[in-house]
Design a protein. Structure first.
Length: 114
């Protein structure tokens, strides 16, 4: 399974970005897709996740600002990030689970700065 993430970049506080992550390869349908982020010298933390049934989970720090969605037919997950804050600056990683095995995408940098 290969994961191709895109959509990171630099934005001013209060701005928006949309991350996308598409899975390809030996795809059998995902159980869960999500986004983690990693700050310098910190462990990765969950940002948001969505199951193939549509159930969603968010970190408290992003609730009300970020929205996760998926296109199951395309095995693609999206993260709409609104109201970005400097503390959202991190490397964001896509995560994909199928048949109880997890896969990571390459990180994409999100920088929020004035």
């Amino acid at each position: 399974v290969q994961l191709q993430a895109s959509g990171g970049g630099a934005v001013q506080p209060g701005g928006s970005l949309r991350l996308s992550c598409a899975a390809s390869g030996s795809i059998f349908g995902f159980n869960l897709m999500g986004w983690y982020r990693q700050f310098p010298d910190k462990q990765r933390e969950l940002v948001a996740a969505i199951t193939n049934g549509g159930s969603q989970n968010y970190a408290d720090s992003v609730k009300g600002r970020f929205t996760i969605s998926s296109d199951n037919a395309k095995n693609t997950v999206y993260l709409q990030m609104n109201g970005l804050k400097p503390e959202d600056t991190a490397v964001y990683y896509c995560y994909y689970v199928q048949r109880n095995q997890g896969y990571w995408g390459q990180g994409t940098q999100v920088t929020v700065s004035s």
